[in-house]
Ligand binder design. Structure first.
Ligand code: SF4
Ligand code: SF4
Length: 375
């Protein structure tokens, strides 16, 4: 018997794919949408209202860079009026004077600011924009002055993994209440840049030890969350807490998705808000129901005692590596192709360019197919 359908709790709203930075690990799809494909203000407000009716308690406003939406204050106010917790996920560059204060005034609950490096030269190089580190420091200061709780997000890969102690110092110096040290997951642009980004195993182990010691030492001062790298894992993570289980995301054009990379599964068709209501998509969409719960599982997941712990891991990683979205996530040690993760890691490291000569495919519209887009 299948479990009863629960309402979603969280929603990630990708308001736009536009962004002033070009991180080579961006989780956005390779085919980025232009501004003329974005939902307008009233449609987003209607969508947020339907999300609140459905039971959504928190909305993460993301992108691209969500502050490029001139109506962001209105969108925050709409969510706040419905009592929905709002978290703004921003790269923190070029936010006009007075806007952070206006976001707080509109009811923003929390701001999450990403740093590409703990050092200025790393941030500016990885985001491919000079001066961005300095602007982020200023954004953090303004957020704290506006009374907003702050999380620093540090996506980790080969080019900044040795900066983990400096990320901890940076987050403390900025008055953050939380630091998320998140190893890059190899989907989207990160998959296209896997050879350039993959860290050495020894560096991952050093980093894990440093984070564990800091978590103990700084307990009660700052929360440090640590997202481990799938390629070095024994068991997979419960991707999105389980496919279509308690969260979903919406792309800039209103396409409703169970996760970031879901559109890489070619057998699934995803519906857009407006074609159907959010409630209909959540409960009836064949794509949402495809991997919901446990009934779709094959062995070894089907009879595994962890099947309601990690929900079989990531469907998109199973698609990318096993070529079958219903397979056990290859990050799992019980997967018959688990050893491929180590083989892929070794191959990525063997093909990596020497430090300083890396050739990122930087994230920009049309870049994934343009051979001249090199660092
Ligand atoms: S990961 Fe980088 S490029 Fe992608 S949206 Fe965030 S700041 Fe922009
Ligand atoms: S076999 Fe499946 S359910 Fe069991 S730990 Fe691995 S991925 Fe999770």
């Amino acid at each position: 018997m299948s479990a009863p359908l629960l309402p979603p709790i969280g929603m990630l709203a990708e308001l736009t794919h536009r962004c002033p930075l070009q991180c080579p690990y961006c989780s956005n799809p390779l085919e980025l949408l232009k501004a003329n494909r974005e939902l307008d203000t009233l449609t987003w407000l209607d969508l947020f209202s339907q999300a609140a009716d459905l039971g959504v308690l928190q909305v993460h406003l993301s992108g691209g860079e969500p502050t490029l939406r001139r109506d962001l204050e209105q969108l925050i106010a709409g969510l706040s009026a419905r009592g929905v917790y709002t978290n703004l996920i921003t790269a923190g560059v070029n936010i006009a004077e007075g806007r952070i204060e206006a976001f707080a005034e509109a009811g923003l609950d929390h701001l999450q600011l990403s740093f590409q490096g703990a050092r200025q030269e790393t941030t500016d190089r990885i985001g491919n924009r000079k001066g961005s580190h300095q602007r982020k420091l200023e954004t953090a200061r303004r957020a704290r002055a506006a009374g907003l709780p702050l999380t620093i997000n540090a996506p980790i890969h080969r080019h900044n993994i040795e900066e983990v102690p400096e990320f901890i110092d940076l987050a403390l110096s900025l008055g953050a209440e939380r630091l998320e040290i998140a190893n890059v997951q190899y989907a989207g642009w990160a998959l296209a840049n896997r050879n350039a980004l993959m860290p050495e195993r020894a560096a991952v182990d050093r980093q894990a030890d440093i984070v564990a010691a800091a978590q103990e030492q700084l307990a009660g001062i700052i929360n440090i969350d640590f997202v481990t790298p799938d390629y070095f894992a024994t068991y997979p993570k419960p991707c999105m807490g389980g496919w279509a289980r308690d969260a979903f995301m919406v792309a800039p054009d209103g396409t409703v998705l169970p996760c970031h990379a879901a559109q890489t599964i070619p057998s699934l068709r995803f519906e857009r808000f407006g074609e159907r209501t959010l409630a209909e998509i959540w409960s009836d969409s064949p794509a949402f129901n495809a991997f919901r719960g446990t009934e779709w599982m094959q062995e070894p997941c089907r009879s595994c005692e962890r099947r309601e712990v990690d929900w079989g891991g990531c469907r998109c990683q199973a698609m990318a590596i096993a070529g079958n979205a219903a397979a056990t996530d290859p990050a799992c040690i019980k997967s018959p192709i688990h050893k491929h993760m180590a083989i892929l890691t070794d191959a990525a490291l063997a093909e990596a360019a020497p430090e300083g000569a890396e050739s990122f495919i930087f994230r920009r519209i049309g870049a994934a197919t343009r051979p001249d887009n090199r660092a």
